[in-house]
Design a protein around this ligand. Sequence first.
Ligand code: PBG
Length: 316
Amino acid sequence: MSSFPVTRLRRLRGSGALRDLIRETTLSLDHLVMPLFVAPEALPNERLPALARRTVDGTVAECEELVRLGVRAVILFGIPEDKDDEGSGAWIDDGIVQQALRALRPRFPELLLFTDVCLCEYTSHGHCGVVDGDGHVDNDASVELIARTAVSHVEAGADAVCPSDMMDGRVAAIRERLPHTPIVAYAAKYASAFYGPFRDAAGSAPSFGDRCGYQMDPGNVREALRELELDAAEGADVLMVKPALPYLDVLRAARERFELPLAAYNVSGEYAMLKAAAAAGDLDERAAVLETLTAIRRAGADLVFTYWTRDYAGWL
Ligand code: PBG
């Protein structure tokens, strides 16, 4: 390669059109998934609007707007009327997510309806699985209920299921029951402080202990690759790394190793950080969001679950 003065990299930075022409990583609504929270009662969130709870009717109205703006995919989270030890609200036929799916499916045939498959919003103790007599989350008993939840979502109209519980073997259990449904596995999901705003919105913080016994330790990347490997082997179609920004190196390592599509979840704490900085006048919100989403895609994500999806669509 020649060097200066023959080579001048600024030549291709001279105009917007030139920069657009050679950009390596681009953003498009095609790759973004908007999270939505469905609950028996609405609960607006002024500071973090994308974390608002909506009723089934409110969710239908929101999807109308999202579709109008060009959004292609949503992921539904449910906040049930009642919680119990087993999280039965997750899989019952008239559960809140099942109700939302039945309302949305016929109205929005083109909108991709993903569902988060987990028990934490539905259990009285707030853990992602069932708890045994010693206070441990019982892996194999939980897997059974997780798989049952996934099946009930698909029966109600879900296009794809996204298990986020981090139990061992749950992808295989879902795959056995749902041979044709895409599974987006939250494969490398870390025990992260950045889920705080989500847990407030979803009412899913554990009432005792923490999630370190099933979610991953933030120090580990080789272990993340093992998680991804196992979920791929069990039949996952898309592998997710979560959170996104503090784990871009994990995403990059995953990109180099796997041919499967990769997802990243730009989580609630990442959303809250930018919102707070923008509200304080320290950051230009739109520019910071576009840079953030570009960084996540550049690191290797094909699709991005992000609370900015609606705003991004509005900016186009
Ligand atoms: C459910 C689930 C969580 C998130 C997605 N699915 C919370 C958790 O694991 O505690 C977090 C998403 C976010 O913070 O935006 N298990």
